[in-house]
Design a protein around this ligand. Sequence first.
Ligand code: KG4
Ligand code: ZN
Length: 337
Amino acid sequence: RDEPVVLGIETSCDETGVGIVRGHTMLANAIASSVEQHARFGGVVPEVASRAHLEAMAPTVERALERAGLRLADIDAIAVTAGPGLSGALLVGVAAAKAYSLGLGVPLYGVNHLAAHVAVDQLEHGALPKPCIAMLVSGGHSSLLLVPDVAREVVSLGSTVDDAAGEAFDKVARVLGLPFPGGPHIDRVARDGSGAAIAFPRGKYDDGTLDFSFSGLKTAVARWVEAREKTGESIHVPDVAASFQEAVVDVLTRKALRACAEYGVGDLLIGGGVAANSRLRAMAQERCEAAGVRLRVPSPGLCTDNGAMVAALGSDLVAAGVEPSPLDIPADSSLPV
Ligand code: KG4
Ligand code: ZN
């Protein structure tokens, strides 16, 4: 058991995550979330998130160590999300990681949040096939990536030109009077509705690119609801939720499989918070089977932001012999993959 023990810190949005792994074995994944403090604003408030990270940082590290049955002295390397994300939020994690690295005399690895969403799958499903296509869909990003080697090379193939997929879920949920964050509520409500009830627009469906667009769809749903509210016509919320969800999921799975076909890649990984969506999981499974593509989706708890994903990527960087980051590594809110 001489694989290094890596502690990963994630603070790019509203989750303070601290994970501990040994190789690809997850030893702990402690999370403190400030999501409830943002609910009444209908979205994440950066200043509130930063303060919450500051308060939660040390206790969450303690909790992770306790769960792993380890002490700080057992940690061989520190990994931290250096970007992309909210700058103030990232800064708290990066500063903490530097302090632990310097204090413990162990190397520091600043990692990319998107690559970490990809790397996490290995904790459940073993080493990633090289190459694979990854689709990351969350409140902050919607990206298609070509991943020749998650530790060394991740190539962006496309991303959203406006709203992220999760952002669209959250905004439409708001229109339908569902609480924030709305994705899981739409998922639940949609089970009692029909995805074929209303034909909502599918942005960039056949445009030949690997980019996404969800703001037109979001606006179309809002207009549809407003028009009926004006006339007093009743709305069947489950049908609206299901039809909206169907439009998002149809575009996502179509583009993901287009990427696999274009690059001749037989393995697709889906991650990020929206990958918890039951309809997305089902349609991806169906379409991948039809196309002869193998599908990997982490369990929902590892799809949303967490520290284990950062530790998993850190572990790959150590194994690949990648140079550690300098102690003055910046938090970079728009860090490219
Ligand atoms: O990855 P994540 O925890 O944080 C970001 O990096 O954004 O993703 C959160 C997003 C939110 O927009 C939330 O509504 C969405 O993921 N989400 C879902 C589901 N669970 C979470 N969207 C659709 N269906 C779900 N079941
Ligand atoms: Zn994320």
